[in-house]
Write a protein that binds this ligand. Structure first.
Ligand code: FE2
Ligand code: FE2
Length: 313
């Protein structure tokens, strides 16, 4: 089938047997659209408003019953299904993730802790959910629905317990190690969903679009927070104390294990060489976008957004 410009396709030109360059053009189009400097800035600048009037990003209506395998472009159906099942696993258990992150943030930036993990009483009862949790908890059910529409079978995610809060004497180093891992998982999710959008059309692509926008939102906010908090605190991270050295070791080994785990759950071994090259290409492009956005952020911009004295009350 030849290429055509579809008014409904979100990556513009659809080709049902795409070669690398055709998919690359779709990836580039999506990156320019969803990761523009303007959109990334807007996602970060949205934080103070979220602290005052928390509001999850609404999803557009999706006609779930229209989902069908013809909406998958240029990926083997079995490989696609194993990616969906693996991704549903890594998205869960969101409650564990949000509460661990909230604990690392609580002493350092209460408003950010609330955005991530909501409000919790001293005995641990959650009285208000965080926006991060409200947005993320839609992802696993959406992936399960795609799988179910395509196969008639329901997948049950393998819930792995989230790593618990393990404080040391240096809360800034603890948050740094934890935060790097958090940003890395959001970044990996952005790259994966963007690549999946380049290989789908119709309702499946619409679902990935919604998840992608949530992940971009979170990646930008967490990355921006890290930029603000650690730009003047190099000593915290590069200190030669036991906790500083352990922090470095643990975050590097955690990052490696996060990417290894991602490859395993996505059944990377069954991917074609082109699939792998495309995903690596997407990772590189997303990183470049984030770097140019980071370089564009000034200390004053960041201070205006994160100055906790304005938002702790
Ligand atoms: Fe997610
Ligand atoms: Fe996420």
């Amino acid at each position: 089938m030849s290429n055509y410009l579809s008014p409904n396709d979100l990556a513009r030109e659809v080709c049902f047997k795409p070669n690398f360059f055709q998919t690359k053009a779709r990836i580039n189009f999506l990156i320019n659209h969803y990761l523009s400097l303007e959109k990334l800035c807007h996602r970060l600048e949205d934080l103070p408003r979220q602290w005052q009037y928390p509001q999850p990003r609404p999803w557009q209506n999706i006609n779930w019953q229209n989902i069908n395998s013809e909406q998958i472009i240029g990926i083997d159906l079995e490989v696609f299904l194993s990616i969906i099942a693996g991704t549903a696993d890594t998205e869960a258990p969101i409650r564990g993730y949000t509460q661990t992150s909230r604990q690392y943030l609580e002493k350092i930036h209460p408003a950010m802790a609330k955005f991530v993990g909501g409000l919790v009483t001293e005995n641990g009862t959650i009285i208000e959910l965080g926006i991060w949790e409200k947005e993320e908890r839609q992802h696993t059910p959406a992936l399960i629905k795609i799988y179910q529409q395509l196969t008639g079978k329901k997948i049950i995610p393998n819930f792995r317990p989230a790593k618990s809060y393990q404080p040391s004497r240096n809360p800034y180093a603890d948050l740094y190690c934890h935060g790097i891992h958090r940003v890395a998982t959001e970044y990996a999710a952005v790259s994966l969903y963007l690549w999946l959008m380049s290989h789908t059309t119709g309702e499946i692509q619409q679902v990935f679009q919604e998840i992608l926008q949530d992940e971009i939102n979170h990646m930008t906010k967490f990355w921006g927070f890290g930029l603000w908090l650690y730009s003047n605190k190099n000593t915290v991270i590069t200190d030669k104390s036991e906790s500083g050295v352990n922090c470095h070791r643990s975050y590097i080994s955690r990052l490696i294990s996060t990417f290894r785990r991602m490859m395993t759950v996505l059944h990377w071994d069954s991917w074609t060489a082109i699939d792998k090259i495309e995903l690596i290409y997407t990772f590189i492009c997303v990183f470049q976008c984030m770097q140019s956005w980071s370089n564009n952020m000034t200390a004053t911009n960041l201070q205006q957004i994160f100055d906790s004295s304005n938002f702790n009350s």
